[in-house]
Write a new protein. Structure first.
Length: 192
């Protein structure tokens, strides 16, 4: 069994008035592409919502594998969403991914699953990217971490294996409108 956790609770404050997860990318939204990349691989996808949950739920209404978990403490930081997702997950392996990473396709997930380790991180030209793959047995350890910790601290403490993947999408997210324009340009070039 494989679960996905998609972190979609944040405010998107660096994109100004725009809510980045529902920005269009082709004929879908950013969050739909993020979920779509892992959809065939995961048995269940837990989307952690907080800010503007209805917008996320509406965008993902047609995705049967998606379940929603609410993070009431999302303003305390992304790691609180990681913990909410970890509490809802129940699978041998768990992918953890921010909701603003729409260019990651199923091949990335398949390649990561080939690596035998409790924690796997993909790299692109030596740069760590997303998603993170963890063994289910580590979910309880994530839950035991303080809320003000973060996933990077946890991963560095536990140690991990990396797998080099020739996919720039693993290091691209949508934090600003400039990032969105870049991701959209890459998406459009790939889909001409």
């Amino acid at each position: 069994m494989i679960d996905g956790i998609v972190l979609a609770a944040g405010k998107s404050s660096r994109t100004g008035e725009k809510f980045k997860l529902t920005l269009p990318l082709g004929d879908k939204t950013v969050i739909e592409h993020t979920v779509g990349g892992m959809y065939e691989i995961c048995d269940k996808i837990i989307v952690v919502v907080g800010h503007r949950p209805d917008a996320i739920k509406n965008a993902l209404a047609n995705y049967d594998k998606v379940e929603f978990a609410v993070n009431d403490n999302y303003e305390m930081g992304m790691f609180t969403s990681v913990k909410v997702g970890a509490a809802a997950a129940n699978a041998d392996k768990i992918f953890i991914l921010p909701g603003d990473c729409p260019l990651i396709g199923k091949d990335v997930y398949l390649k990561m699953l080939e690596v035998n380790a409790d924690i796997v991180i993909p790299t692109f030209h030596g740069r760590n990217g997303h998603p993170v793959l963890i063994a289910e047995k580590l979910a309880d350890e994530i839950l035991a971490e303080p809320d003000d910790s973060n996933l990077k601290i946890f991963l560095n403490k536990k140690g991990y294996k990396t797998v080099e993947i020739d996919e720039e999408g693993i290091i691209l997210d949508v934090d600003t409108m400039k990032d969105y324009d870049n991701v959209r340009d890459i998406y459009e070039r790939r889909n001409i």
